[in-house]
Design a protein around this ligand. Structure first.
Ligand SMILES: NC(=O)C1=CN([C@@H]2O[C@H](COP(=O)(O)OP(=O)(O)OC[C@H]3O[C@@H](n4cnc5c(N)ncnc54)[C@H](OP(=O)(O)O)[C@@H]3O)[C@@H](O)[C@H]2O)C=CC1
Ligand SMILES: O=C(O)CCC(=O)C(=O)O
Length: 447
């Protein structure tokens, strides 16, 4: 089996060797899915995984825009349309200086499996730009978004490809992008998700990724007779996913000890309660400040510049910032300090070394493609509401989100149980996600 996996990876590397994040994401899937393919005749000899690692379409384009001083800037825009076997391409847009083809291909590849797991009819895609919204005025962000959509609009549509937010793309950016799409195409459709409430957005979509991650972690804890009640929870990031993960942890009776951004982390000994979280939401979403300001405001908190929060002892860790933010040594520290559960809110935040440590220690570990799928699942619910031209209540969307996260958890358990009863959620998510897409690809022939 190892030889088979190596031969496959050699072929992937020969075409994509310069794309480390993409190779990392494919390796993890290959290690779990190739043994499954070998045992299931219908998938033999069809080169399905090799077809899945090649994007159906990879778009790259110039985005030229003018800043407040009249200076012209050029950024690179992308959309990776990875797989449409089970529905229109679906996945977020990331605006961050680290964006490149490798990062977006890993995200688009993971999205294919994640979207399949949601049980909703969505293919996988991802896009974005190396544009950095930090430090830009609202007008500059608007001009960039409009320039980006001037090109992107011809490649997307409600039945073709439906982008949404990701790092650096929130409600403000989705508004500007939607406005320009509507202007150019002269149509009001559900071409983007994460829209504002009064113009087609779904209740709970802003909360969905963070809430969903905590619902998933709660399902994992239940398998051990545990819950969030009274647990100390360490969270990284302080953006959309981290904020709502923290909110749900508080609602379930847990204590949130940390939040972070790319500058460092804050540790609040007394816990980040609802009032302090409201301060963080205003700081990050309106004033666009740094998390260090939290420690200036609250005496109970300390700020640790240039560090990640994994050194803080906890019961549960929720990495909600970015890829490869939690390494092998961090994992060892978490385990040594008594952590029993790690659920990824971000995409691929744990390195392969970290995942190895979690599995070796037999603690609960959920990969992002399963545990953070609540965001895109609720985007799928937004698409349904747009198509039906109706709007579901907060309670209805939240219940559907809970049910979907429970279904994803059950699928992971079905495909991920090891002989000793330990659930390898990585294996479970990869195989469960693969089966649905592979079956659709088989049915549709070689295209
Ligand atoms: N939004 C969604 O619905 C979904 C998001 N995700 C994933 O969740 C993660 C967070 O996304 P989201 O909350 O939406 O993004 P936001 O832009 O709202 O927040 C991102 C957060 O991560 C921090 N961060 C970004 N890059 C780094 C870095 N290199 N080192 C340390 N911290 C960093 C940011 O800090 P700073 O401000 O300093 O950059 C910020 O606190 C991403 O991996 C994303 O792909 C997954 C599913 C859905
Ligand atoms: O809601 C969406 O379509 C995108 C969510 C996303 O980008 C993700 O799941 O990583």
């Amino acid at each position: 089996m190892e030889a088979k996996i190596k031969a496959f990876m050699d072929e992937v590397k020969s075409r994509n060797g310069h794309e480390p994040e993409f190779i990392q994401a494919v390796q993890e899937v290959a290690e779990t899915v190739i043994p499954y393919i070998a045992k299931h005749k219908i998938y033999n000899g069809k080169n399905i995984l090799l077809r899945m690692v090649e994007p159906e379409r990879l778009l790259s384009f110039r985005v030229a825009w003018v800043d407040d001083n009249g200076e012209i800037h050029v950024n690179r825009g992308y959309r990776i349309q990875m797989n449409s076997a089970i529905g229109p391409y679906k996945g977020g847009l990331r605006f961050h200086p680290t964006v490149n083809a490798s990062v977006l291909k890993f995200l688009a590849f993971e999205q294919v499996f994640k979207n399949s797991l949601t049980t909703l009819p969505m293919g996988g895609g991802k896009g974005g730009s190396d544009f950095d919204p930090k430090g830009k005025s609202d007008d500059e962000v608007m001009r960039f978004c409009h320039a980006f959509m001037l090109e992107l609009n011809r490649h997307i549509g409600p039945n073709t490809d439906v982008p949404a937010g990701d790092i650096g793309v929130g409600a403000r950016e989705i508004g500007f992008l939607f406005g320009m799409y509507k202007k150019i195409r002269n149509e009001f459709t559900g071409v983007l998700t994460g829209k504002g409430r009064s113009w087609g957005g779904s209740l709970i979509r802003p909360e969905a990724t963070g809430y969903g991650t905590v619902y998933f972690a709660d399902s994992m804890l239940k398998t051990k007779g545990e819950s969030f009640k009274g647990k100390k929870v360490v969270i990284s990031g302080s953006g959309n996913v981290a904020q709502y993960a923290a909110e749900k942890v508080l609602q379930l009776g847990g204590k949130v000890s940390t939040l972070s951004d790319s500058g460092g982390y804050i540790h609040d000994n007394d816990g980040i309660d609802a009032e302090k979280l409201a301060f963080v939401m205003d700081l990050k979403n309106n004033r666009r400040g740094r998390i260090s300001e939290y420690a200036d405001k609250y005496d109970s908190a300390t700020y640790h510049a240039g560090k990640t929060p994994w050194e803080v002892a906890c019961d549960i860790a929720l990495p909600c910032a970015t890829q490869n933010e939690l390494g092998g040594d961090d994992a060892k520290t978490l385990i040594k300090n008594g952590c029993i559960c790690v659920a990824e809110g971000a995409n691929m935040p744990s390195t392969p070394e970290a995942i190895h440590e979690f599995h070796e220690a037999r603690i609960l570990f959920a990969p992002g493609k399963a545990s953070n799928a609540g965001g895109v699942a609720t985007s799928g619910l937004e698409m349904s509401q747009n198509s039906l031209r109706i709007s579901w209540s907060r309670e209805e969307v939240d219940q559907r989100l809970k049910d979907i996260m429970e279904d994803i958890h059950n699928s992971c358990v079905e495909f991920g149980k090891d002989a000793d009863g330990y659930c390898n959620y990585v294996k479970g998510a990869n195989i469960a996600g693969f089966v649905k897409v592979a079956d659709a690809m088989l049915a549709q022939g070689v295209i």
